[in-house]
Design a protein around this ligand. Structure first.
Ligand SMILES: NC(=O)c1ccc[n+]([C@@H]2O[C@H](COP(=O)([O-])OP(=O)(O)OC[C@H]3O[C@@H](n4cnc5c(N)ncnc54)[C@H](O)[C@@H]3O)[C@@H](O)[C@H]2O)c1
Length: 244
């Protein structure tokens, strides 16, 4: 098993890419903290999976709650080997109509949340002298798209923060990478109408949207010792979207 005896925290672990990653990490031998602000969804998943997982409520934009999330991992499973910083929200709309409040909300979850989770996980990882952080960015951290100013700004920030953290903590045995998914069939895309979904499919050379399991596979690779010489990478899992 690829994550035998590892302890992982997965933020946004109650749904979509996070949920599939929780399941895959457990299958690969890890103990997993499911961290989410969806209490019902997170607890339901923890109850289903049983031994080896633990749910904790967290809003990743709340510093005290993030600190408590990392403490929960240490108290429950003894350590934090892996952080998958995946919690995120979507945001669309014309930029000239975007309120500062909406901008701040997206940035606080999708960018500041990634910083806060890294900060408190790193405190433990530095003590341990080892660790692997995987951030969830997006193709929209690499290319632009209309009407997504706050989301693309946040994901672009995650892409380059990943590189900065990789350089900063390499000498302490800590690797930091990101996955950058294309459009993936998750509840985040539930609100799309058929025409938009078809259009999105046409933008992926592989001719379909991605599945959460395909992102989970990439996350487990980056998190595992198989990726022992990989740090600062932003791994595109996008069906060729950004290759064009
Ligand atoms: N689905 C896609 O097409 C796609 C593409 C590229 C990147 N992503 C990124 O993948 C990640 C996961 O998205 P998904 O598609 O699985 O979405 P999802 O909505 O299915 O899951 C997101 C999870 O994050 C949780 N969450 C949201 N805000 C939170 C907060 N402040 N604190 C704690 N938990 C919070 C939600 O409750 C939910 O369980 C996000 O970072 C998203 O930006 C998704």
């Amino acid at each position: 098993m690829r994550l035998q005896d590892k302890v992982a925290i997965v933020t946004g672990g109650a749904s979509g890419i996070g949920e599939f990653t929780v399941r895959e990490m457990l299958k690969q031998g890890a103990k997993v903290v499911i961290a989410d602000f969806d209490d019902a969804g997170g607890q339901k998943l923890a109850d289903e999976l049983g031994e080896g997982v633990s749910f904790i409520h967290v809003d990743v934009s709340n510093e005290e709650q993030v600190e408590a999330m990392v403490k929960h991992s240490v108290d429950t499973f003894g350590k934090v080997d892996i952080l998958f910083s995946n919690a995120g929200i979507g945001s669309t709309g014309s930029t000239h109509e975007l309120s500062l409040e909406d901008w701040n909300k997206t940035i606080s979850v999708n960018l500041s949340g990634v910083f806060l989770c890294a900060k408190y996980a790193l405190i433990e990882m530095v003590k341990q002298g080892s660790g692997s952080i995987v951030n969830c960015a997006s193709i929209l951290g690499h290319v632009g798209q209309a009407a997504t100013a706050s989301y693309t700004a946040a994901k672009g920030g995650v892409v380059n923060m990943t590189r900065a953290l990789a350089v900063e903590y390499a000498s302490q045995g800590i690797r930091v990478n990101a996955v950058c998914p294309g459009y993936i069939n998750t509840p985040l895309l539930d609100q799309l109408d058929d025409a938009t979904r078809k259009h999105l499919v046409s933008l992926h050379p592989l001719g379909r949207l991605g599945e959460s399991q395909e992102v989970a596979n990439a996350v487990v690779f980056l998190a595992s010792d198989e990726a022992s010489f990989v740090t600062g990478a932003n791994l595109l899992v996008d069906g060729g979207y950004t290759a064009q």
